[in-house]
Design a protein around this ligand. Structure first.
Ligand code: KG4
Ligand code: ZN
Length: 335
């Protein structure tokens, strides 16, 4: 079964074709980073206008890359939430138009659930190891930091979430404070390679007794240090602060996810979402976890449409198709 996936929830216009929820035939992502970087963050109105310009060419290049024609496509999966309302609307309306024109089933997909399904995609010719459930899944992106018990396909218990900033959002804000670039996650990762993270002692909000997260205190602590120190010492201390910040975020994410995993009957830990592309986070999980850990390759951690198509396949198999009344729901939750 060939599913065409469409993703426009944030600042990536993406289309992909995935066969049987697993084999990537095409995966095209047009990032708007260059457009938004001059503002230091995503400007929603600019994002939706850019999606309108990019979506048709991206769609055609995905079909072409897959070496298919429209009659080879069996269903369309599209992210319809959560995300930026205007951006989601572009993808949803495009998907509806294709569904109507080619008489194809339409599948509305939750962006967070799509991130989980990135782990179901096969990469290159490596042997396919199907992810095992139940799993403890950390969804860590620009808008979310959730610890989710994935009991089975479509069966989720959210055990913890952030009470303020998401981890990716904290990376982006701290990078801006330290003037290291945008988006903050990759900028901080690059700037801190080989830098000692122990030179600044930053607070960690453990929120003991809860699986929730809080990153705003950490961000404020960075702000105070920047005001006191960076002016005096310049760039060297900026990357040292960034390294200490990255280490603090990773300590919290890894420790809490492993704790949740130990206290529930699970077979694997899954780590997904844009921040899961972070090399130190990946390494730390693999080193510290007593459970098998699976993390998509970095390109499938950040927003893409292959994960949307994979998720759509499993939703289709559960009979979860949508009709043309499908709407964009910007604050959609996983459950
Ligand atoms: O999943 P994603 O692409 O979009 C959302 O659904 O939000 O995640 C984007 C977030 C951004 O905040 C970005 O700074 C962060 O993921 N990110 C990273 C890395 N790559 C992307 N954070 C840390 N290290 C990275 N290598
Ligand atoms: Zn995302």
């Amino acid at each position: 079964m060939n599913i065409l996936g469409i993703e426009t929830s944030c600042d990536e216009t993406a289309a992909a074709v995935v066969r049987d929820g697993r084999y990537i035939l095409a995966n095209v992502v047009a990032s708007q980073v260059d457009i938004h970087s001059r503002y230091g963050g995503i400007v929603p109105e600019v994002a939706s206008r850019q999606h309108i310009l990019s979506c048709i060419p991206i769609l055609h290049s995905a079909i072409q890359q897959a070496n298919l024609i429209f009659s080879d496509i069996d269903a369309i999966a599209v992210t319809n939430g959560p995300g930026l309302a205007g951006s989601l609307m572009v993808g949803v309306n495009l998907a509806k138009a294709i569904s109507l024109a080619h008489r194809l089933p339409l599948i509305g997909v939750n962006h967070l659930e799509a991130h989980i399904y990135a782990n179901w995609l096969q990469v290159n010719q490596t042997p396919y190891n199907e992810p095992e459930l139940p799993a403890m899944c950390l969804i860590v992106s620009g808008g979310h930091t959730d610890i989710v018990l994935v009991k089975g396909h479509g069966e989720y218990d959210i055990l913890g979430r952030t009470r303020d900033d998401a981890a990716g959002e904290a990376f982006d804000k701290v990078s801006r404070l330290l003037d290291l670039g945008y988006p903050g996650g990759p900028a901080i990762e690059k700037a801190t390679a080989g830098i000692d993270s122990s030179l600044f002692n930053l607070p960690r909000a453990w929120l003991r007794g809860s699986y929730d997260f809080s990153f705003s205190g950490l961000k404020t602590a960075v702000l105070h240090i920047v005001r006191q120190q960076v002016k005096a010492e310049g760039k060297k201390s900026r990357v040292e602060i960034a390294a200490a910040f990255q280490q603090a975020v990773i300590d919290i994410l890894v420790t809490k996810t492993i704790l949740a995993a130990r206290r529930n009957h699970i077979r694997q830990i899954h780590v997904v979402g844009g921040v899961a592309a972070n090399t130190l986070l990946r390494r730390t999980f693999l080193k510290e976890s007593p459970f098998p850990v699976i993390i998509p390759i970095p390109q499938l951690c950040t927003d893409n449409a292959a994960m949307v198509a994979a998720c759509g396949y499993y939703r289709f198999n559960r009979g979860l198709t949508s009709d043309l009344s499908l709407d964009a729901v910007s604050n959609m939750t996983l459950t």
